[in-house]
Design a protein around this ligand. Structure first.
Ligand code: ZN
Length: 151
């Protein structure tokens, strides 16, 4: 059912996104664009050594993309770069292959609410958009233009 897609926590983050707005003293950023839905997101980070000291996002998109970006920033504030990479992998697997076990479930925490999105392939791009932008931001210093979910 489509309503499974819009659980309370997703609606809450969409109505009241966390870490939304320009980030002071950002030293990494990347934009993402999902042409299938029209979602646009810019992820900004302040990386200090091997740690994400601060992370924020801006943009406009559907409830799924906004909530995913909001929950991502909440989760990764203060995380190490390795933790961010691992969480990206787990989240990506959750949405594309399903998880392998309870261990992943524990690590994903509230992000598990996006498991239902897997049944709606069009919306998977919405949920992963901010995460692809995150990964692009961490892998380069300059903003080389938007990351697209489609080639
Ligand atoms: Zn979308």
């Amino acid at each position: 059912m489509i309503e499974d897609l819009y659980q309370d926590i997703i609606l809450d983050h969409n109505r009241n996104p966390r870490n939304f707005g320009p980030l002071a003293e950002a030293n990494r950023s990347a934009r993402g664009y999902n042409p299938l839905c029209g979602d646009k997101v810019e992820v900004q980070l302040r990386v200090d050594g091997d740690r994400i000291a601060a992370i924020g996002f801006q943009g406009s998109g559907c409830a799924i993309s906004t909530a995913s970006a909001s929950m991502m920033t909440q989760r990764l504030s203060g995380a190490t770069l390795d933790e961010a990479e691992e969480l990206f992998r787990l989240f990506h697997d959750l949405l594309t292959e399903g998880r392998d076990g309870d261990e992943d479930e524990d690590e994903l925490g509230e992000l598990e609410v996006f498991a239902g999105v897997r049944r709606f392939p069009m919306r998977v791009k919405c949920a992963t958009l901010a995460w692809h932008a995150l990964r692009a931001a961490l892998s380069r210093k300059a903003d080389d233009g938007p990351v697209k979910t489609e080639p």
